[in-house]
Structure formats: structure tokens, C-alpha cells
Design a binder for this molecule. Sequence first.
Ligand code: UDP
Length: 446
Amino acid sequence: MTGKGTATAGMKQRDLKTMRVAVISMHSSPLGELGTRDTGGMSVYIRELSRHLGAAGYEIDIYTRRRGPERAAVERPSEGVRVIHLDAGEDGSGSPCDLHRQVPAFLESIERHRRERDLDYDLVHSHYWLSGLAGQALSRRWKVPHVVMFHTLGALKDRALGTAREPEMRVRAERHLAVCCDRVFTATAGEREELIRDSGAASRSVRVVPCGVDLERFRLLDRRAARSGLGLAPELPLVLFVGRFDPIKGIERFLEAVARLKTQAAFHVALVGGEGGSGGSAGVYGKLCADLAIQDRVVFCGRMPQEALPRYYAAADVLVVPSYYESFGLVALEALACGTPVVATPVGAMKALIADGVNGFLTRDNRSESLAEALLKGLHWRGTRQANPASIRETVLAYEWRAIAKAVCAEYRKLLRDWAARAEAHAGRWPAGLCLECRRMLHVAE
Ligand code: UDP
């Protein structure tokens, strides 16, 4: 990965079958523990996409902020992939506002690392708005195209929760980057439309690339064996939740739905994720269970490494996704790949993934009445012959990561071709540097 020059010059010498991509993931490492506040679907996305691009011959450097001295400066989690941990500013609280102040230091660390090793990239792909700001500055400096994936959008999150909790800078940055970067990837068509409407981004530059699933890890397992492995009685139905314990996930609505069904159906509930490892701290939701008098039905399992999850999905009769908003919703794909039906609110990819009575049920909304009604349907349907695990798994075979990585490669190639054509048309006077609004948001004078 050496030999500095502009990407356009580099591209002329090589075909576009493989590329060198700088992936920016400032606030969450793709190697971090999953299920915490900051590490969920986005980390899985970066890890899996990079793994498959690396296997296809791409060279992927993932730049992230060093979280502690225990990690090596550079790790190589899979073929062709390096995770580069860089120091950037004070550790601070890790809040988005703190991190925003550190973006300039972070991007300078990346630039220093690149320069010292004479690295050269064809493209920058950044994840989340903070990395998007860093990525935009780097791409303009390196004169290569920039793809951003926001993963969640602050404006949509606020709208779904009916609050204004997201930092104003986040909403502003997402709107602006959508317009000034070279491509935005969204995980669903719905999010694409919302983003175009909200930001005024050109429709040709916002592309839908769904998330994927590891079909080898998430596979059909024997339900009885999975249950006895988890110490569960074979007969009693189990409803499972897996995810970060974030208000956006609607966990309180789910628990209220469980309380509504107390006298109508006998089932247990397991929640995987949240603070604390195995054994889990129930925190505020534990108190809610006590208030709702459902504590004897509910087990908080804590965060689990992803390798442990197939057993949970296989043991469950239904996975529930009670969210107010999802950018995609990987846990639904994972459960379906394990042959487990999903009861979900109509958010993220759920409308595209789930068909009533085929692989689960969609609720009308995430009011506890609607969730309770759909849960009851799901539990009943699970007991019928139509709810066949192999058929449920079939519904997500198209989402295999290799296919998703192929779609990403096709998007990268198209972008590089467009970029080269524009550069040629502007005879080297393109792209201009960083725009004024980006400079303002970065507090840098470029
Ligand atoms: N996950 C995990 N262990 C946990 C909780 C979650 O490995 O204890 C993983 C889960 O397998 C999924 C991801 O975290 O791949 C969550 O992604 P999703 O898109 O469902 O939610 P997000 O975190 O993006 O809101």
C-alpha cells in the first residue's frame, strides 16, 4: 500500500478489481465488545464488510480511536484488513460532543500515520457522522472520493422518540455531509427517501446497500439441545430480545406487552445485551419488571459474544424487535437465519424482511397493545406446521455478507469511474478543497 499520488493517477495504472480503502470508524472499534452503548450493528457491519472485501483482494485500513493501552497499535483481524488504533485528544466522557472536539486531532493522526508509511488510498469510507467529518477532510486532502454511511440519523431518532436529544451539531453534520460527500450508503430504501427529503441530497448519490448476515455463524441448530444447553425447560415458550439497552430499542414497551399477556399466555422472556457481561445488570428495566410484577418471567442475560447468540436464537420461539427506530436491525436477520420467527415494529429493514405468517409478524406500531397482539400471534404461529425453521431461514439467504460485499464493490467501482471522469473534465482543478461549512464544523482552517 505505498506510492503516493492522486487516486486518479493510481487508478489509471490499475484495474478496479481491487482497491485500497481507508475506513474511518472514530468512536467505535469493529473489534470492540458488542452490545455496549457504542458497539452494535455498526461495528458488526464494518468488521464483516471489511472481512469480505479483504477476502476479495481489497486492502482495508480501518482507523479508529485508541480506547486503552491494552490494544496493539495495529491489529490484523482478517486477510487484507488492518485495524489501526490512533491516539486523538483527551479521553473525555466519550460523548458525541466531546468526540466532536477531537475530530481534527483524530484526522491529523490518520494523516501522520499515512504520511509516515507512505500509504495511498483509492477511496475513503466513513461510518457515523463524526467519522464522516474526518473522512470528508481527508478525502479532499487526498483527492479521492468519500462514501459515508451514517448508520442512524439523528433527526430520525429524535422524531421517532418525540424528543430533541441528539446534538444539534450531529443533525447539522448529517444534513450537510449528505449533500457534500460523494456517496451516501443507506441500509434501507425508507432511510434513503427520508435522507433525500430532509437534506436535499441528490438522489443519484444516495445508494441503498443493505446489511448482511453470517450464514455460517447463524445457522439452524437443534432447538431442544439449544434449550437444554441454556438450562431452559423444553416446553415453556421463550421470547427473546437481543440488543443494546438504548431508549430507541423500546424495551419498556416490550415489557409492558409482556405484562398485558400475563393471564393469556405462559412464556418466558430473555433479554441479551445491556450493561454487564453474563448474568446482566437489569438496571432500570429490572425495576420496571418488578413494578409490572413480571420479574419471575424475565431473565436478564447480559451482553454475549456473538458466537454465543445462535444458541439463544435457536432456543427462542420468537425474537422481538420492539424499537421506535432502527437503521436496519441486524438481530432480526440473525434470528431468521437461525430459523426463528421475528415479531417486530415496522422500522428499519423490518418491512422488507418480515412477511406476516411467513417468517414472523409486523406490529402496527410499538404501543404495548400492538406488541402484545403480535406476540400472541407469533407464539401461536410458532406451534403450527407452517413455522418451519428451514423455510424461515430461506427468507434471508440473499443477505449473505459475500453478496452484500459484492454490491459494495460494484458501488465503489462506479463511484471511482464517475470520479475519474469528473477529474478529467476539470483538468486537475478538482475537487476543490474542503467547503466552508465543513471547515466550520471541524473548527479547522484548511
Ligand atoms: N450483539 C452481540 N451481543 C450482544 C448484543 C448484541 O453480539 O450482547 C450484536 C448482534 O448480534 C448484532 C448487533 O450486536 O449483530 C446489533 O445490531 P443491530 O443492528 O440489531 O442494532 P444496533 O446496535 O445497530 O442498534
